[in-house]
Design a protein around this ligand. Structure first.
Ligand code: PMP
Length: 355
């Protein structure tokens, strides 16, 4: 740290992203990306738009917002697009939380939430999930604090029903409830349909997972237009060109190719169920997944050792050192072939170590 770094931040512990190895000889199952290529029209749209890179992007992102709002069944004024969904989450923490408006979230959830809270000096409480890692909605009913819940949750892969989400939102009318739906296309029912009934609900989403665009950085927020206007005040006060030209076009083309992506989602769900059964056959405990990853534990080998042994064999999975989940690994669903290699390598590890 330099002597110039502001005192405000000297205790800040940044978010640690999953490894992004330079070498491509890994089977990469550690950051919940899609194993499938973007569709051809995305590649073509990006190549075509590259001719216009000397010009700034549209700060209103109007074409993409119009298209996205149609797909989501809302109005363009109820949508904002951002540089990944991390950015809309950051804006939401900034816009709606402060010393007098604290936020709560589960203790086992997306690791960026406490980082955003610390970054903006927001008091926060982590509410323990139950022993089976499920969220007890009674902990959130009428809590009278801002709330952020990933649904489905990460890294647990578990889902809350839309009626449970509605109970949480309706019982906290004077607080913002953020539902982070990064993984919703792999299992759950979106809370977007509730935004017209609840002025305090913000739903966030991403093109990183189900639409094979993690590297393009495209996220979005959907809420009542007044909440979206607040987010835009912050967006225009930080970076009005937050979504670049190539990404705007990639997003448009991806929405156009909806059928392609929904077919890939189905493949991922089928491969997820196949992998879950294979891992169970090897004695793993596998949480029921509504996402593009599995959260798994084996009595035979601890989470960190399995992570290291797989890495030696050129497979990357995610291990968290947090006490409650240190025995687990989070494994992204790749192609069927990649998952077959994973299973083979786990068998090899068990055999070599007489497990
Ligand atoms: N929310 C959750 C629960 C996530 O796991 C992720 C991915 N790391 C994000 C949001 C952010 O994804 P992105 O910024 O790529 O949209």
């Amino acid at each position: 740290m330099s002597r110039f770094f502001s005192n405000k931040f000297y205790k800040l512990i940044p978010y640690i992203p999953g490894e992004q190895p330079k070498k491509t000889d890994y089977i990469k199952l550690n950051t919940n990306e899609s194993p499938f290529l973007p569709s051809d029209s995305v590649k073509e749209a990006v190549a075509e738009e590259s001719k216009r890179l000397m010009l700034y992007s549209d700060p209103e992102c109007i074409d993409l917002r119009e298209k996205l709002s149609k797909v989501l069944g809302v109005k363009p004024s109820e949508v904002v697009v951002t540089n990944g969904s991390d950015e809309i989450l950051n804006f939401a923490f900034m816009a709606f939380c402060d010393e007098n408006h604290p936020i709560v979230f589960p203790d086992i959830t997306y690791g960026f939430y406490p980082v955003f809270a610390n970054l903006h000096n927001i008091p926060y409480t982590e509410i323990p999930v139950k022993a089976d890692f499920s969220i007890d909605i009674n902990d959130y009913i009428g809590i009278n604090k801002n709330i952020v819940i990933a649904n489905p949750n990460a890294p647990t892969s578990l889902l809350l029903s839309i009626s449970d989400i509605e109970k949480i939102v309706s019982s906290n009318p004077d607080n913002i409830v953020i539902i982070d739906e990064a993984y919703i296309d792999f299992g759950g029912e979106s809370a977007i349909k509730l935004i017209n009934r609840y002025k305090n609900l913000l739903v966030t989403g991403t093109f990183s997972k189900s639409r094979s665009l993690a590297g393009a950085r495209l996220g979005f927020g959907v809420a009542d237009k007044d909440l979206i206007a607040d987010i835009n005040t912050l967006r225009y006060s930080t970076n009005p060109y937050n979504v670049n030209r190539l990404t705007l076009k990639a997003g448009m083309a991806a929405l156009q190719d909806n059928a392609y992506y929904m077919e890939k989602c189905k493949k991922i769900v089928d491969t997820r169920e196949y992998t879950a059964r294979q891992l169970e056959n090897l004695g793993f405990e596998v949480l029921e997944s509504f996402t593009n990853f599995l959260f798994v534990k084996s009595e035979k080998i601890d989470g960190e050792t399995l992570y290291k042994e797989l890495k030696r064999r050129k497979i990357l999975v995610r291990h968290f050192s947090l006490e409650r989940i240190k025995d687990y690994n989070r494994i992204t669903i790749g192609t069927k072939e990649q998952m077959e290699v994973l299973i083979e390598k786990i068998k090899e590890i068990f055999k070599e170590n007489n497990l």
